[in-house]
Design a protein around this ligand. Structure first.
Ligand code: F6P
Length: 546
């Protein structure tokens, strides 16, 4: 680990931003736009297919200059280059962070400890493509010779959220005669709901787990095996109905899956950065290898932009630093992500893991307690549904909630005049949030005086608008790479390791200890706090146990 630098919040750049915030805090977006009529034409950036407007943010050119200075002070570019060089920037796990190699074309070199990983990546991609094609064409058949009609990905966290999100996003590209489903929760009702209507002879399970030890995934995987064998009867059926995606060949073999039917990845791919690795196998089966390759090209386009564009014209830098501005200088706690696309319904849960598992840390890369706020809390669901649920609080509540709006020019399916109505909302909401409605305007509308205050909108609510031509595989890749690198920028500014996740370990360990306490026939001695023990006793009673 390199020598610890001065904590970022003690730097001159930080204090200059804090002082600047005090000056700008009361400046309204109405004033910023009035002072500079070209603001909307200036404060935007186009990267590949992404058009990103950041004019409706409570910042000036001076703010941006100061934010870039902060990023220079934190040496975000240095850390980015170290990631590209394969240095072990995941310091607590002593690992390289090379998800960028997952989308590298053949011939480009990414090394982990002197070994070029790109040929390994392509070897797996080629095997995935060949397997996907066999399933898609019907050449790969089940144990009884029936064609595979349903593919179920069993995984959780990074081994679920990415392929699930992308499968939903790219549903219009999916082959119609194969149904791809996702089981993640250890709540058995999910497994039941997703399997009870299926014929095991036509079902293929992908057991996706980096470690192949995750309690939820392995419990579901064993239930899947029991479910399949109850009908197919013969252990030999496993080879036709189960494949694995993992870094752990030993555990895969122990489970009974032939390692010929295993698609590997590597410890330098973090779970939440893994859906463009073999973890995306379910997605590739759905959309086909060509669309998958196009998606990787989208990722790569933004990778190259992030690697090479000057900070001032670098989208992940701009978005990451704007997030830092609100999180650290305005006291904002959350970021609402509001996609105006039904197909992006799973984007927010995906981004929750990306942002919150990456940057929800309170120890820095040098083992010190951080002296400032870290991770953004990400939430939201597709518009316009959210407009009829929680937008009230964003518009007129007391909290500052920056929001990302994501909209498409062309939908996958044109239905009547829906798209124009839909997108009118995409344009209207950020406008309403930014400019609000003054009491004078409300009065001029003829509103009775008693209602004027309640019907006034303060405005000054910041938003980013991301507009893309359509939701194609390539566009999705660009969008996700942007959020990945945005997360990187923020973690680098805060000085934390965005690539470990120790915070999920304690709960896992305690759950393992509690399982036998729930299942024991005789009343176990419960050594928990009185609250937990009382809850466990009540549960046992409800389950008819002593
Ligand atoms: O939630 C913790 C975590 O380790 C995630 O980082 C990971 O994506 C998920 O569990 C699943 O892990 P695995 O792929 O090893 O089953």
């Amino acid at each position: 680990m390199s020598d610890a630098p001065q904590p970022i919040e003690q730097s001159t750049e930080w204090w200059e931003l804090a002082a600047h915030q005090a000056e700008i805090a009361d400046v309204h977006l109405r004033e910023l736009f009035a002072a500079d009529p070209t603001r909307g034409d200036r404060l935007n950036i186009e990267v590949g297919d992404l058009y990103v407007d950041y004019a409706k943010h409570r910042l000036s050119d001076e703010t941006l200059t100061k934010l870039f200075a902060l990023a220079r002070r934190a040496d975000v570019e240095g850390l980015r280059d170290a990631m590209w060089a394969g240095e072990h920037i995941n310091v607590t796990e002593d690992r390289a962070v090379l998800h960028i190699a997952l989308r590298a074309p053949k011939g480009v070199v990414f090394t982990d400890e002197g070994h070029d990983v790109v040929p390994d990546v392509h070897e797996v991609l080629d095997r995935m493509a060949s397997f996907s094609n066999r399933v898609r064409s019907g050449e790969w058949v089940g144990h009884t010779g029936k064609r595979i009609r349903t593919v179920i990905n069993i995984g959780i966290g990074g081994s679920d959220l990415g392929p699930r999100m992308a499968h939903e996003a790219l549903l219009p590209y999916a082959q119609e005669n194969i149904d791809v489903r996702f089981v993640s929760n250890v709540d058995g009702t999910e497994f039941y709901e997703l399997t009870h209507d299926l014929d095991p002879a036509e079902t293929l399970f992908i057991i996706a787990s980096k470690t192949f030890t995750t309690l939820e995934t392995m419990t579901n995987a064993h239930s899947a095996r029991d479910w399949a064998l109850a009908s197919l009867g013969d252990d030999a059926a496993i080879a036709k109905h189960f494949v694995a995606v993992s870094t752990n060949a030993t555990e895969v073999e122990k489970f009974g899956i032939d390692t010929d039917n295993m698609f590997g990845f590597w410890d330098w791919v973090g779970g939440r950065y893994s859906y463009d690795s073999a973890i995306g196998l379910s997605l590739m089966i759905a959309i086909g290898p060509e669309n998958f390759t196009e998606m990787l090209e989208g990722f790569r386009l933004v990778d190259e932009h992030f690697r090479t564009a000057p900070m001032e014209q670098n989208l992940p830098f701009i978005l990451g630093l704007i997030g830092v501005w609100y999180n650290n200088f305005f006291g904002a706690q959350t970021l609402a992500v509001l996609p105006y696309s039904h197909y992006l319904a799973h984007l927010t849960p995906y981004l929750q893991q990306l942002a919150m598992e990456s940057n929800g840390k309170s120890t820095d890369r040098w083992g010190r307690t951080v002296g400032t706020q870290t991770g953004e809390i990400v939430w939201g669901q597709p518009g316009t549904n959210g407009q009829h649920a929680y937008y009230q609080l964003i518009h007129q509540g007391t909290k500052l909630i920056p929001a990302d709006f994501i909209g498409l020019v062309s939908p996958a399916h044109e239905v009547g005049g829906h798209q124009d109505i839909f997108m009118a909302n995409f344009f209207a909401q950020p406008e309403a949030l930014a400019f609000g409605r003054t009491a004078e305007q409300v009065r001029a509308d003829g509103v009775p005086e008693a209602q004027v205050a309640a019907r006034t909108f303060a405005g000054n609510h910041p938003t980013t608008s991301i507009m893309v031509p359509e939701l194609s595989p390539k566009v999705l890749g660009q969008l996700i790479a942007t959020y990945e690198h945005k997360t990187f920028v923020q973690g680098a500014v805060w000085g934390i390791d965005s690539f470990d996740q120790w915070g999920v370990e304690l709960g896992k360990k305690l759950a393992q200890a509690i399982i036998p306490e729930l299942t024991a026939d005789a009343a176990p001695a419960l050594g928990h706090d009185s609250s937990t023990s009382a809850l466990i006793r009540r549960y046992r009673k409800g389950r008819g146990r002593a």
